[in-house]
Design a protein around this ligand. Structure first.
Ligand SMILES: [Cu+2]
Length: 120
């Protein structure tokens, strides 16, 4: 799975309707970014296609950061992705529910950078 951060000053255009977007969508959507079966493990590439850093925060779970070789790194619930960079994370989605996934720079979240995942 890939979550691409888009928008902001000096950013490229995107398909969302606000300043910031994930995958061409701004703000909370009807459909989640992804649905998981309880216990499913997913690798997610967080791609920062903006000129700003973003602290991507997932509710309800922790995940491992992965290094360039795919080795497990720190265990976190938020990871900072610098401008133009990307980071893969590995998460075991073992906590049932609907969980927000958003930029922890709250002005970014408030102007589009949020989504959610469902674990069932
Ligand atoms: Cu942000």
């Amino acid at each position: 799975l890939t979550l691409t951060m888009q928008g902001g000053a000096m950013g490229r255009g995107h398909g969302g309707e606000d300043i910031w977007a994930f995958n061409d969508m701004s703000g909370m959507q009807e459909a989640p970014f992804a649905r998981f079966s309880r216990g499913e493990t997913a690798r997610i590439s967080l791609v920062n296609d903006t000129r700003w850093p973003h602290g991507i925060h997932l509710h309800g779970h922790h995940f491992h950061e992965l290094d360039e070789t795919g080795a497990l790194g720190d265990f976190r619930d938020t990871t900072l992705v610098n401008p133009g960079e990307s980071r893969d994370i590995l998460c075991v989605f073992d906590n049932p529910g609907k969980w927000m996934l958003h930029c922890h720079m709250l002005s970014h979240q408030a102007s589009g950078m949020m989504s959610w995942v469902e674990v069932a």
